[in-house]
Design a protein around this ligand. Structure first.
Ligand SMILES: Cc1ncc(COP(=O)(O)O)c(C=O)c1O
Length: 380
């Protein structure tokens, strides 16, 4: 019989080894900052006044019950299934798609290789490191800077089963892969016993984008494909932290074993549901972004000799520039004027580039003007 009250455990001896005394730099502590008035055109969130107004109204009308009690997810799953034409049993909500990527690499511990284009979204570096996966990075064509899915398939075949990552459109260049190319890669991935991770963070901004991902998603969902869909960019919900993974129910069950829904907040769900109800508004916003993207791409190209606009499908514009130095100096110049933009990490195989988020025409014109003034100052 055990004693009651239980005997206190022996106190730890000072200096005794403890499993909690681990040397660490606390690597992933958030270190973001925001200066007053600064415009972040680096993260490619949806900085749109109409989206902001919708969020303001949703928050003002939020039923306190959504905060006082734990979230109920059934209805939102049905609504997302309608929105993505997906099986509700194949959906998993996560607190942003970053945790979704982390979930994938933890749920399938026998796969320790991630085959992906490089450069790519930095989240993959982070989750590869956390989960002890090896990044098998495939460069673009050094001549054109274009990525090929056939190159990913070839690299995949050279090793054990892997996560094969495609960002459609590509998160730095905006490159959109054609449906036939995607379907051919999906077949190669299935034959190899691997998993295709299709990150559609920016797909809403690609005209006809949903059609281009073809039979890779939807019903019935192929079990060897997982779609990762953040709502940060398309609905302007970066700060709400909400995303969904979509696949075949058999593929998502191991993900659910890791309790991904716990961190999803009722407030984030309410914001998402309001966006899903306002599909026509967002269609209009996305079409506007496409228009400004073209205007911005051409405007900078015409103003700055040496900057070449890449054809892209995201809510950002990207230009190849002469050197990493040129990219870094242009980014520093815009930063000094309150605009945060991205100098795309360059590699020996990929040309230097600058990526700038697309919002409205006046912001695009202001940034173009600042870049032009810098060019003129350098030329003097
Ligand atoms: C390609 C890509 N995937 C995923 C994410 C992460 O999105 P979330 O805000 O849902 O974590 C980003 C954010 O920049 C991204 O660019």
């Amino acid at each position: 019989m055990s004693a009651y009250p239980p005997r206190e455990e022996e106190p730890a001896q000072a200096g005794a080894p403890s499993p909690f005394r681990v040397e660490s730099s606390g690597r992933y502590r958030s270190r973001r900052t925001r200066r007053p008035g600064e415009v972040n055109l680096k993260s490619s969130g949806l900085l749109d006044a109409r989206a902001a107004d919708l969020h303001r109204r949703t928050l003002a009308g939020l039923d306190p019950l959504e905060v006082l009690t734990y979230p109920v997810l059934r209805d939102v799953y049905a609504e997302i299934a309608d929105h993505l034409d997906a099986d509700p049993d194949g959906l998993v909500l996560t607190a942003g798609s970053d945790p979704g990527l982390g979930l994938l690499v933890r749920a399938f511990p026998r796969a320790r290789r991630i085959v992906l284009h490089h450069p790519n979204y930095e989240g993959w570096q982070k989750f590869a490191r956390i989960a002890g996966c090896r990044l098998d990075q495939v460069p673009p064509d050094p001549g054109t800077g274009r990525f090929s899915l056939a190159d990913l398939a070839a690299r995949l075949r050279g090793g054990p089963p892997a996560f094969v990552v495609v960002t459609q459109p590509h998160s730095f260049t905006g490159q959109v892969h054609a449906r036939a190319e995607l379907e051919s890669l999906a077949r190669a991935v299935a034959d190899h016993g691997s998993l295709l991770v299709l990150d559609t963070a920016y797909l809403a901004f690609t005209e006809g984008g949903e059609k281009e991902i073809g039979t890779l998603t939807g019903r019935p969902h192929p079990p060897h494909v997982v779609r990762v869909n953040t709502f940060s960019k398309c609905f302007g919900l970066s700060g709400a932290r909400i995303a969904v993974l979509s696949s075949h129910p058999d593929t998502v069950r191991p993900l659910l074993d890791l309790d991904p829904e716990g961190p999803v907040s009722g407030t984030a769900v309410a914001l998402l549901r309001a966006c899903l109800r306002e599909q026509p508004l967002f269609e209009e916003i996305w079409a506007g972004v496409r228009e400004v993207r073209e205007h911005f791409s051409r405007g900078v190209e015409e103003a700055l000799p040496g900057w070449r606009a890449l054809p892209g499908g995201g809510n950002f514009a990207t230009w190849q520039v002469a050197s990493p130095r040129e990219a870094a100096d242009a980014a520093a110049h815009l930063h000094a004027h309150g605009y945060v933009v991205r100098a795309v990490p360059s590699t020996p195989d990929s040309p230097a580039a600058v990526r700038i988020g697309v919002t409205d025409r006046s912001t695009a014109d202001r940034v173009t003007d600042l870049l032009l003034r810098r060019e003129q100052a350098v030329a003097r």
